[in-house]
Ligand binder design. Sequence first.
Ligand code: WTA
Length: 658
Amino acid sequence: MSAIESVLVENRVFPPPAAFTAQANVKPADFEAMKAKAERDHAGFWADLARENLIWSKPFTKSLDDSNAPFFKWFSDGELNASYNCLDRHLNTPVADKTAIIFEADGGDVTKVTYRDLYKRVCRFANGLKSLGYKKGDRAIIYLPMSIEAVVAMQACARIGMTHSVVFGGFSAKSLQERIVDVGATLVIAADEQMRGGKAIPLKPAVDEAYGMGGCDAVRHTIVYKRTGGNVAYGAKDIDWAKVEAGQADDCPAEMVNAEHPLFVLYTSGSTGKPKGVQHSTGGYLLHAMLTMKWTFDIKPNDVFWCTADVGWVTGHTYVTYGPLAVGATEIIFEGVPTFPNAGRFWDMIQKHKCTVFYTAPTAIRSLIKAADTTPDVAPGKYDLSSLRLLGSVGEPINPEAWMWYYKHIGSERCPIVDTFWQTETGGHMITPLPGVTPLVPGSCTQALPGIAAAIVDETANDVPNGSGGILVIKKPWPSMIRTIWGDPERFKKSYFPDELKGYYLAGDGAVRDAVHGNFRITGRIDDVLNVSGHRLGTMEIESALVANPLVAEAAVVGRPDETTGEAVSAFVVLKGARPADKESAAKIAKELRDWVGKEIGPIAKPKDIRFGDNLPKTRSGKIMRRLLRAIAKGEEITQDVSTLENPAILEQLKQSL
Ligand code: WTA
């Protein structure tokens, strides 16, 4: 049986087109040589790349410092500046007058800035920040929509050595407040409103609401970028973005920082109720951003690169704000949504801006597959997509059918697809095809990058043979890895370097390698983390939000497969009062709870289904049996043994209650 499966898998292998390989930054021989070098001398491999790619104001003498594992350091006696490495380095080169960013607004207006213009804008804003008293080591929260301003704000922080923490615009005031407090921000940079799908959505009011929740007294200013000029309230702390820039010099010498200086903290979900502040370095992080632009995206001077991810997520940090600029690429930044004014928006933009390398998420692909059927006049076939030469996917496993559609209809069976596996914590790609090297297999992220010691092990850290599933680990430290959880080093150790795994980095995903090629396939999270539309959500976070509602006594949240969003949030709720007597009252309370979760965390976390019960299925020792809830959420027959259940009758009730 497994032999047949392997043959089937092999039938869908797409070797790199010869023409692609001929021009690729990394060719098969380079790949082998890099792997061999990393194998021979791991620290030296990375050190050479760090010297070749980054500009150091003070060269480092030591590559990896593992004296305080798992708190690894890289290049730690070196100094550099991330913004210098993205902007200043291009000033006396032909890149200076090249377009850095093509920004397309929700409504379709296009703004372009050159590298020189962007440099000046970043400098003026950075000087403005300095004149307000901000300096190296301070932390800024950034709550901005996709815009040139978001890149300017992040780069300006980096320029003066401030650590930024971007909060996705879809997060609520409560989430914002928690992050302001946890990171100890003294500055918030926000927009008045954001435009999405033709609608203005307020952001600034959420900032004020966050302040109102307390704990934010350290914040001295809210800098407000007036995106819409909408009618939002202004108070004493607020300063107009334009005022911050006004009269400032076009030059702002970059503040050189230690390679280990925290460039940013980005909050992500884990298996407890509290999001983790993933802390990244400057040197190692930026190195990997640059390398993967060259290796994975095969970036060339004439490319027009488009990563559709929001800067509120790590993908938007590495492949919008830092990677493309560090390598001097032209990139597209898009404010809106893929379905406005119609589902042809992405294809129209690819055609219009002659995009060559396109990087998006499976959830977007799946929703556009559906749309291509229902609105055929804006299907991809109606557009000229011939500028494309490479496609990418990120954020969740891409199902083979979606892969095939992407390959055929967007890439015309011409463009390789790089299915990039990585995480907020890894800083950049870890396991991914290289487009001129790796034979592609739909649904597989294929092979680890050179220098990335990815492996699959069992619970006691022993390697499992190809063909059997296990826990994905990275056996050796790498430069762009998470440094710690902001303010919680103990949690960092426990979450990522648990004792049982003998010093390996625990990714939190299950994976399997195929028997023939050893290609990796990610089978999904092994912890209580969901992936909804490529967004990471902790089930515990949603549960804590639900039980914080005065109506709720108990709640359990699980994921279930969803055709479009990958996974959907499914909640089981026990109310303090009686279970809703009829459908109408259940629907009413369900809506109230959904809105509540939207307020507590953000609309992305709203449960798709809510079931009410008198209780939850528990073992005699009181443990909620989530696998039963998962079966109910999926609509499956319960075949598992329920004999250890305290209250088996509850299953029937929960099944009926949707
Ligand atoms: C999942 C996003 C399969 C995985 C960059 C990981 C993927 C989590 C892939 C990290 C992929 C990301 N194939 N699964 N190509 N890319 N994942 O931190 O479960 O938002 O652990 O980083 O997304 O999500 P995060």
